[in-house]
Design a protein around this ligand. Sequence first.
Ligand code: HEM
Length: 407
Amino acid sequence: MPSLVEPDLANLDFWARPQSERDALFASLRTADGPVYCPLPTGPGFYALTRYDQVAEASRRPDVFSSEPTSVSLVDPAPTVREYSGSMISLDDPRHARLRRIVSRSFTPRMIQKFADDVTALAVRIVDDLAERGPCDFVENVAMPMPLRIICDLMGIPGSAYGDVIDATTAILAVGDPDYVAPDGTSREGVLGEKFGILHELMGELGRQRRERPADDLVTALLHANVDGEALSDIELKRFFSLLVVAGNETTRNALSHALALFTSNPEQRARLLADLDEHLPGAVEEAVRYATPVTWMRRTLTRDHTLNGHTYAEGDRVVLYYNSANRDDGVFKDPYSFDITRSPNPHFGFGAPGPHFCLGAHLARREVAVLLRELFTRLPDVHATAEPVRQRTSFINGVKSLPCAF
Ligand code: HEM
């Protein structure tokens, strides 16, 4: 009988350790004979799925691996949290499919192509600003404004609300980081309630305006969406709006920051990219997303007993799909610890594994990262990080708080 391995993956101190130490633990977990179980201080613990094939199966079988009651938290959400945050990422079909159908048309490559010029114009402005400013924090001045302005434009959010939006989305995903908790010690639920409240209020206000004066933006489209003769309710709109701004900001920003750090520590890969941007840019984007894995995990809950890799998980068991670990699985990726922009094929799970919840914004994110890297490396080919990234204290996101850069 293989023995149970019990690493403390819920401990945020572990996630603050250097990348090499985190990688070493996951490498050992991938070769463990038995299941990997992580106890939690309160309530039931969870099993860690660390191998590529395990993560693939859990994503492919939503009938067994449910996204309800949550896919984004190790503990079950309090009813109040579920009320304002329970969007499609934490729902199963048919409710998930219904919501996804309404919005997926806005995220196809053809639709993304429609505002390609806006993405390029924004990248030019950001790099103009960087060139004038000189050495500065890359996160604040480059990686953060790119997805923030794109997602806000897409939704029709005015510039006056940018500060509130980024403050809310950052705190929602890095809720365990003391920097984002109010000094009065507001609880996790309190922080989530306050920040989701800000986003819901913004959606409410935009909704009122767009009902009176429709515009060419996603909020107007969502207000008028009608699937199977049924429109989105007010609360569904607010939850969905919150999901999109959080998912749109907190992932692409970190992909961009990690990309700069990676091209700094791998000068031969930078030289290769610069030698032929057209040829290597798509591969560079995929490899940056694989290597950085901006979203570390998603959770599922077993709907019934199920055997996977020789272990029978019981109905109600929680499993966590570690994309960071699947993306380092040497059964799939040759030399997984090297950053190689020519890696081909590169079937990484940075945007999730194939399944109904595969990242809705993947086309948009790829375009944002590619366009910004092209502009950046064409105009400032020696731009580089001058220190290690300061990382967010969270297990969910591979988040970068700051990254000084120079050129
Ligand atoms: C590099 C950038 C990004 C990364 C690494 C990323 C990663 C992910 C991951 C891992 C998932 C979960 C997949 C699963 O559970 O199987 C996801 C879902 C999702 N992402 Fe992204 N994402 C990125 C950018 C974006 C952008 C720009 C948007 C929107 C503007 C977006 C919207 C969403 C939505 C709505 C979902 C939920 C889909 C569903 O439940 O059906 N993402 N993303």
